[in-house]
Design a protein around this ligand. Sequence first.
Ligand SMILES: Cc1ncc(COP(=O)(O)O)c(C=O)c1O
Length: 424
Amino acid sequence: MHELNRKDQSFIWHPFTPLTNEEKPIVITHASGIYLHTLEGRRIIDAVSSWWVNIHGHSHPDIAAAVASQASTLDHVIFAGFTHAPAIGLAERLLTILPKNQRRVFFSDNGSTAVEVAVKMAVQFWRNKGIEKKKIIALEGAYHGDTFGAMAVGERGMFTAPFADMLFDVSFLEFPDSTREQSVVDQFRRWVENGDIAIFIYEPLVQGASGMRMYSADILNELLKIAHSHDVICIADEVFTGFGRTGKHFASDHVDEHPDIVAISKGITGGTMPLSVTSCSDRILDGFRTDDFSKTFFHGHSYTANPIACAAAIASFDLLTTDACQQQIGLISKMHQDFAAEMSQHTAVANARTCGTILAVDIKTEEGHSYSNALRKKIYPFFLERDILLRPLGNTIYMVPPYVITKDELNVVYNAIRQFADNV
Ligand SMILES: Cc1ncc(COP(=O)(O)O)c(C=O)c1O
């Protein structure tokens, strides 16, 4: 065993990994574009953008330069009572692409905390207004992160079971897939008509972690309209879907009705620095515009609006909004569509679907879909042996590549998926 692996095994506790796991993690020495380079000299295609963050590929020179320059200028400063150009520049840029009603941004440092901030903001909004509304609606199958509030608004299951008694109550609406759209809308209307619903939180168009489950923009639009007609605060969790993943800057851009609060992270710095943002509309700000000190939003993190992270995010934003990047997003989306159409005819495939740069292929299985589906144990090594990183969600093979991937490289991954389906 290499010394790095020996030390890794002695000193480190990895996420989502049993401590007794016998497989040693692969040591990565450097990464560039879509490739991860291993200690043994292998070059692995990062077809999942390393947990969906590296939208421009790894070690992008523009982002690296912005980070280096910022690190030697202003590394960090407390963000209460102080401010700085990178945070201001980033906020200004983000508000040009966020849904039109979004007015201000609040910084934190990962997707879960962006969601915590969103939920706390909405809960306190009602309290500040003196209105007794606390009920929350989320979607079945939701994943909003691993902190307590984020767990509470997510699907309860294996991940949250140890904490089940400690999570606040949430009503979970059936997932509005194409077989039950109307019944879900009717159920939602019945719930909000009671007048006591405070918050509706959702992953717009695609539920990532629960298996890249997709639902229609029309249905989402309808749910948002119903929610707004009953004064419910709508929180769009765009942590995964933001920054071009669904073909537009945000999944919320596919619907007319705007969310009141938006949580974003993942692609924000192009996978270089931890950062997240919770933005909100004037309506939310109104709940906090008061001289009553006790109604302040008392929330913040040591690294709030870290200047190096903000500089990385500005560089990433400037890349995202180039024509070249937008064309790549269009190309990937088109190629995914053609490939999904082909795969949906395959006898081993239960369902193949796509939304923008997201491709998902469910392999048929007796077991039914779940994160712990046994097929996972076959899928992951199959692709890794072929130098492709695809980390399946149970029996769902999915791909969310960095936008710099080329046609040929996409075809390498598609061919491997074909080969898996042919031999499963
Ligand atoms: C929709 C969504 N929200 C929140 C999170 C949590 O983000 P993080 O892992 O950065 O805490 C995730 C992570 O996968 C996510 O997909």
